[in-house]
Structures are given as C-alpha cells and as structure tokens.
Write a protein that binds this ligand. Structure first.
Ligand code: HAM
Length: 414
C-alpha cells in the first residue's frame, strides 16, 4: 500500500497559493500591531506540561492537549496557546524589562479538537499583549487594536461585533447567588459554548448545573443590558477612539482560568461563521505563577482560520499574484551565458524563475502561463549580443524589446 498524501487530520498543508494568502494576512497584522509600538518575540513549540496545567483551563488541558513524555522522561506538551510561554518569558526577565512592555507573536498552536468549520487541530494565532499597565488604558488599547486590524482589511463596522464583559462584576453576581467554585466553572463553560447550543439545550444544562431557581436568576441577570461601571468607562473611552462595533455582553466568560477582569471576544457577524475570531482580556496573575512579583497584563489571541473565513465571507481577500515576477525562457544553449544578466536583474529586485528544460518553446510558454507568472523574458544569443530582451505579458500576450534597466522598470514599477 502506498503512503497517504493527506496531511494529519485537522491540520493543513499550505500550498504556495495558500501560503501567499497567509503571508498577506500576516503582513497586515504585523503592520497594525507594530504601528501601536509592539515588538515581535517567539518561543519554543514544546513547553513543560505544568505551565498549562496551572491556568490554561480544564477543557484544553484534559481534552485537547498534545502531551507526551520526552525521551528523558519529562512530561511535555505542544503549545495549545502562547499566553503561558510569554508570561514565562516576562517572568524570567521581570526586573530587566521596561514597562509598559508591548509584545506580539504569530505562533502555530495545537489543540486536539473535533475539526469543523472555523476549528482545526492547528492554527496560527496572533498574540498581542501589554504588560505593566494597571489602568483601563491597557484594555482600551488592546481592544482598539482588534478593531484597527479588522478595519485595515476593509471590514465594515456591522460585519463584526466586539463583546465585552467584566469577570469581576459577573463574579460578584455569582457570589450573591451563592454559586460554589464547581458551579461557577460549569456556568462559565456553558456560556462559552452557548452560541453553538439551542436555547432548550442551554437552559436544561444550566438548570442541571445550578438548579431551577438560580438558573432563572442567572438568565435574568444575563438579559440585563446595563453595563457595570468599569465596562461603561471602557465603552466611553473606546467610543472616543472611534470603535463603534462594541457591546456589553454579560455572557462572555472565556475558557481559560487566568483572566481576572475585563474579557472580550470579537465575533464574525456572517451567518455561516458563528465563531469568535479574537478572544482575550486582562490576566493580572499569570506572570506571578512563575515566582515573581505580579505584572498586570492585558492581551488577546486571534486565529488565522476564523480570520480567513471572515475575509472570504466579506469578499475582502484580494487575488494575489505569485512572488515570481517572470519566467526566463532560454533560446538555444545559453544557460551559462545568461547568468550575469540574470544576476543583474535579481540584484535589482526581480524574482526570476529560469526554465532549464529541453522542452519546445511553445511548451515553455504554456507552462509559464499555467504557473500563474505574469511575464516571460526570452533570452538567446542574439538578445545577449544586442543587450535587448523580449518581455512578454502572458496575460495580454503583449510583447516588447527592452534593455535590462527597462525590464526592471516595467516589472517592479521603478
Ligand atoms: P482562545 O479564545 O482560546 O484564547 O483563542 C483565541 C482565538 O484563536 C479564537 O478566537 C480563535 O480565533 C482562535 N482559535 C482557538 N482555537 C482554535 C482552533 N482549534 N482552530 C482555529 N482557531 C482557533 C487564547 O488562546 C488566549 N491565550 C488568548 C490570549 C492572549 N489572551 C491573552 N493573551
């Protein structure tokens, strides 16, 4: 039996046309976050199991973690999220770093999920975190960045919704209703799944978790639209920053255990994508888990799968051309003789793919056109002698005789 050509379940191959889209999306992400003063960092794919066991949340740790014993008998895990890694890095240099510290990264993350639209077993996730700001300004900035990212792709304000909640305010209500720790967790977990449950399903699971009376009180609390004080102040500041697609939503719970107050998720409003694209909030205690003084922190993660679905549903993905500017088609036996001129063109910024095969000229042209490259440059002995080369636009079939400089100008717009 031959080997399967399929990638591992729930994971993607990125053929060049797919990778090109990802590169385009990531370049815009980097531009936006760097414009707010964030610097890129990275960390290893594998971490010790313990850093997730502490605060990542029960569902991820017990059901979704890729964990194993390494050859030295250490319990390790492939990262399901970046937050523990970045907190570990900040803790390691707690004293030397300068605050506010603004860091971002785009790691590939792994979770053993049931693959479905918007959810895979691996995804790339932009992580943006600000360390060292206690005040609401950090929450404002982080949410402002989510809005700026979507706007940079051309998203309309009614195509997404930023939903914010205060876990402190929700915690006070749960305390009044006398929920114990286990019930509190069960409620948070149910809320996290609510968009994908029917109303009857949700209500009956809620009743099972907390009893009929408390379930009724909770449902009443969640139906309130009046935001608590800190959320009202946040909404006010964000309005001034031009963020309009935002609402108070007392049902936003978040799956991780480390969040301490304001949390948010950004939802795609298209009917076919009922998932959060961004999730984040304030987590003032995680850095201190590594044995140092606490550092107040706010951040979010945003996945590439849901972002791409959003951009596709809203027709915001451009048609991207291959990175190669031109196919070089050799006429006759000139492979060695063309090298100096090709080097010159490449040094001037052109990306050139030489066809070194023995195929007929016609076949070479067809092949170049099929590969998606826009231009072909023809070079034979005569062209080398005259220092003029034929440039053909493979889409329009227009041809020109040009010098090397002119080719650079025509292809790079310089
Ligand atoms: P999260 O809500 O688990 O948060 O993930 C953030 C985003 O990553 C989600 O909204 C979604 O776009 C994407 N995502 C998560 N899991 C998958 C999956 N299996 N397939 C596709 N996309 C997925 C966190 O991970 C936090 N660590 C974020 C954070 C950073 N909080 C503070 N700083």
């Amino acid at each position: 039996m031959s080997l399967s050509t399929q990638p591992y379940k729930g994971a993607r191959d990125f053929y060049p046309e797919d990778k090109r889209i990802q590169k385009w999306m990531f370049a815009k992400l980097r531009d936006v976050v760097e414009s707010f003063g964030y610097q890129e960092y990275d960390a290893p794919l594998i971490e010790s199991f313990e850093i997730y066991a502490a605060k990542t949340g029960e569902e991820i740790v017990s059901e979704q973690l890729y964990s194993f014993e390494d050859r030295g008998g250490r319990k390790v895990a492939i990262r399901p999220e970046m937050t523990p890694s970045v907190s570990r890095m900040v803790a390691a240099r707690r004293q030397e770093l300068t605050y506010p510290l603004r860091w971002y990264s785009i790691p590939n993350l792994w979770r053993y999920e049931r693959p479905q639209r918007g959810r895979l077993r691996e995804h790339w996730q932009l992580n943006v975190d600000i360390f060292g700001v206690e005040g609401l300004e950090a929450d404002v900035e982080i949410i402002q960045i989510t809005d700026a990212i979507l706007k940079t792709y051309g998203a309309k304000p009614d195509s997404y919704k930023i939903r914010v909640n205060s876990l402190k305010a929700a915690g006070a209500v749960y305390k009044d209703l006398r929920l114990d720790q286990a019930q509190h967790r069960a409620v948070a977990k149910l809320l996290d799944k609510r968009v994908r449950m029917s109303e009857t399903e949700f209500n009956s699971s809620l009743k099972e978790a907390v009893g009929q009376k408390t379930a009724d009180d909770l449902l009443e609390y969640w139906s309130k639209e009046q935001p608590p004080e800190n959320i009202a102040a946040l909404l006010n500041l964000l309005e001034k920053a031009g963020v309009s697609s935002i609402v108070f939503d007392p049902e936003i719970a978040r799956g991780m255990d480390y969040y301490t107050d304001i949390v948010f998720e950004v939802f795609d409003e298209s009917a076919e994508n009922n998932r959060a694209m961004f999730g984040g909030g304030r987590y003032d205690g995680l850095v201190a888990e590594f044995g140092v003084e606490p550092v107040p922190t706010v951040g979010f993660g945003m996945g590439d799968v849901t972002l791409q679905n959003f951009l596709e549903s809203n027709s915001l993905l451009p048609k991207l051309e291959p990175e190669t500017n031109a196919a070089v088609i050799l006429i006759g036996d000139v492979y060695g003789a063309v090298q100096p001129i090709l080097s010159e063109l490449r040094q001037n910024g052109l990306n050139l793919a030489v066809d070194p095969t023995e195929r007929k000229l016609d076949a070479k042209i067809k092949n170049a056109a099929k590969s998606g490259v826009k231009y072909a440059i023809f070079i034979g002995e005569q062209e080398l002698a005259n220092q003029k080369y034929k440039l053909k636009n493979l889409k329009s079939s227009e041809e020109k005789e040009l010098s090397a400089d002119q080719i650079v100008q025509a292809l790079s717009g310089r």
